[in-house]
Ligand binder design. Structure first.
Ligand code: HMG
Length: 388
């Protein structure tokens, strides 16, 4: 019996800020962003959107297709937590109408935790193959204005249904892990934006790739040449290009530009215009591969590299299933991305600075999102979510 991803769907805000506009404001060459870091746009959440509304929007199409009966667990991965105690997934559980006997838990380790959720979900399904686990990763990436990180902001959520005999990608049980206590990127509880040592973080990312790959090679019989596509954690798309060259070099493989293009380029399309969505970004990359690659991927083996600052990394593999293309949400995703609206610099700053009320008063949110769920108010320190 194989276990893995049976359905995948993502959501991002209807609003984005173009990095050309940011470059103009900063008097920087736009090619630094479009080419140097490989990013074009960044998703900006509306005042009535957060990790809960994005998560529910990402998961709704899955629920509409497969129903709620078999879902035993909802695992919610995020590093944009909205509460120190209550799991954000509990709100999503209600919004999606999941069964009262479905367990819900939130996981955290920077951008890595969606992978922990995926692996734990596979283990749960292996124990009880008639049940399914809903894994959701949802994040809003925010850095201080005027810092090098500003151009790598973004927002998005991805929902994956994990089942036995999955229709999209079976996940191999062998994994390679690497953990090290480092301060490359972090966000103390009292801050709304992340602190980051940018250049150092890219070095640690590459070091972790090497270490996780070595650990994977000890666990798995697969070699670099057995993997035909590679999905990397995507803080910005150029990072994946660097990572892939690094991995090829470690394996003493000389790659032609067209090989690099074929092996990673289809994974980058969505993220280039969404930006970093932290926990969700690796899996939005997978969605991009499955939905935008012109080749038939059936039977092809994918290598995955998940990285979460701080840091925990994992290399693992999976195989695309025969007939996968019939079970995607390609058209819905295309329409969602095409319908997005560009923000002026003033509008971007307004969203960036939108107040996050902490005084316990009654605060209604303007109806701005075009999604199916919204944060309607924060009253008496309680967040109120409603369907639209
Ligand atoms: P920077 O220092 O301003 O950029 O920010 P730079 O000067 O290094 O330039 C970037 C690239 O653009 C360079 O290419 C330049 O040469 C090129 P490279 O040398 O790297 O190949 N460039 C140009 N190219 C074409 N035309 C031009 C031009 N000018 C320059 N005119 C930095 C870069 C990554 C530091 C910044 O964006 C940052 O701090 N980002 C946030 C941190 C981050 O994303 N780190 C990634 C690894 S850590 C990670 O992935 C975890 C994370 O997702 C969080 C989590 O796990 O929770 C962040």
């Amino acid at each position: 019996m194989s276990v893995g991803i049976d359905e995948i769907s993502f959501y991002t805000s209807s609003y984005y800020f173009d990095l050309r506009t940011l470059a103009e404001i900063q008097n920087t060459d736009p090619e630094k962003y479009y080419v140097g870091i490989g990013q074009e746009k960044m998703g900006m959440a509306a005042p009535d959107e957060d990790i809960v509304t994005m998560a529910a929007n990402a998961a709704l199409p899955l629920i509409e297709r497969v129903g709620t009966d078999a879902i035993s667990t909802l695992m919610f991965a995020t590093e944009t937590g909205i509460d120190q105690s209550k799991a954000a997934g509990v709100y999503v559980h209600r919004l999606l109408g999941l069964n009262a006997n479905c367990r819900v838990v939130e996981l955290k380790q920077a951008c890595y935790s969606a992978t922990a959720a995926l692996q734990m979900a596979c283990a749960l399904v292996a124990r009880e193959p008639q049940r399914k686990v809903l894994v959701i990763a949802s994040d809003i990436a925010r850095y201080d204005l005027g810092t090098p990180g500003e151009a790598t902001q973004g927002c998005g959520a991805v929902a994956m249904l994990i089942s036995a005999n999955p229709r999209l990608v079976s996940i191999d049980p062998e994994v390679g892990n690497y953990t090290e206590d480092v301060m490359d990127f972090w966000r103390p509880n009292y801050r709304g934006t992340a602190l980051v040592d940018g250049k150092y973080s890219t070095k640690i990312y590459l070091k972790s790739l090497k270490k996780a790959w070595e650990s994977f090679r000890e666990a798995s019989r697969l070699e670099f040449a057995d993997l035909s596509r590679f999905c990397y954690h995507l803080p910005f798309s150029r990072m994946a290009q660097k990572a892939h060259q690094h991995l090829a070099k470690l394996n003493k493989v000389g790659l032609e530009p067209e090989q690099v293009e074929a092996q990673i380029e289809p994974t980058l399309s969505y993220n280039r215009t969404i930006g970093n969505s932290y926990t969700a970004s690796l899996y939005i990359g997978l969605c991009s591969l499955l939905e935008t690659c012109r080749d038939n991927l059936s039977g092809q083996r994918i290598g995955f590299f998940s990285y979460g600052s701080g840091c925990v990394a994992e290399f693992f593999s999976g195989t695309v299933r025969e007939g996968y293309a019939e079970h995607l949400h390609r058209e819905r995703h295309r329409q969602m991305l095409d319908a997005r609206e560009s923000l002026s610099h003033e509008e971007y700053l307004k969203l960036y600075h939108y107040p996050n009320p902490t005084d316990g008063g009654e605060h209604e949110m303007p109806h701005v999102t075009r999604g199916r769920f919204r944060l309607a108010a924060i009253s008496h320190h309680k967040r109120e979510y409603v369907p639209c």
